[in-house]
Design a protein around this ligand. Structure first.
Ligand code: C5P
Length: 236
């Protein structure tokens, strides 16, 4: 299999969204930890807890702990510190938690020798413009994403999770060091599921996205390695 690291492609994070360990391990056993990153979200973390992260570290994987913290600054400070103590490579908070919360998360990582990358969720890739209006946000989806990207950048975060469509603009505004992580990646034949803002792997490469998150297109695939190979080839 081609290694995205050597081909100037977005690197690949696999979203381990499974309801049991056996299914997760079946996929993990097929993956090379020097090529793929793993994302542990709310489901797997709630079922298997921090011990699972330790196990995956022992297998050599870098872990994105995607618990999307969104709470008062003190709680997020403590939760971020606890996540960093686990030695994860990346972790997420919601930019919508506001300036004080984002600064607290950043402060929590101050004394770590090798702090995780601190990433803010801008808008979920499942959201449509009308969903924003439902929660009282009057800006367009793009304006909202740009606003939260700026806020997260101002607060010293390492990057953001955002839909692919806005990625080019964000790179232009905030520079290449500011990491972009994009879920909602779909090849033309893939099912949309609940995602609304999707792009293809090729578009992700063209937008200079740093990391793509692949979930159900891999976890629901009968042949995940073949599927990953096709995705990587499509980005060449
Ligand atoms: O299955 P699919 O490819 O849609 O996977 C999407 C993954 O990315 C899920 O784990 C979801 O929690 C995550 N995610 C997202 N949108 C965001 C942030 C994370 O879909 N803005």
């Amino acid at each position: 299999m081609l290694n995205p690291i050597f081909f100037n492609m977005p690197k690949i994070i696999i979203a381990l969204d499974f309801s049991d360990k056996k299914s997760a391990m079946k996929l993990i056993d097929l993956l090379n930890p020097s090529i793929f990153y793993l994302k542990i979200g709310k489901e797997m973390f709630t079922i298997l807890g921090y011990k699972f992260i330790k196990e995956l570290h022992q297998l050599g994987f870098s872990i994105f702990l995607d618990l999307k913290f969104h709470d008062i600054p003190n709680t997020v400070f403590n939760a971020t510190k606890a996540a960093a103590d686990l030695g994860v490579w990346m972790l997420s908070v919601h930019a919508a938690g506001g300036k004080k919360m984002l600064i607290s998360a950043k402060k929590a990582l101050k004394n770590f020798k090798k702090a995780p990358l601190l990433i803010a969720i801008t808008a979920l890739t499942s959201l449509k413009e009308e969903d924003l209006q439902d929660i009282g946000i009057k800006s367009s989806l793009t304006e909202y994403i740009l606003k939260l990207s700026k806020l997260s950048n101002d607060c010293g975060l390492d990057g953001i999770v955002c839909p692919g469509k806005e990625a080019k603009k964000i790179k232009f505004l905030f520079g290449h060091q500011y990491k972009i992580i994009t879920p909602g990646i779909r090849s033309s034949k893939d099912l949309l599921y609940d995602q609304n803002n999707i792009i293809t792997p090729r578009e992700a490469k063209e937008s200079k996205i740093d990391y793509i998150v692949l979930g159900r297109s891999i976890t629901m695939s009968k042949n995940p390695i073949k599927k990953l190979d096709l995705i990587i080839k499509s980005m060449q």
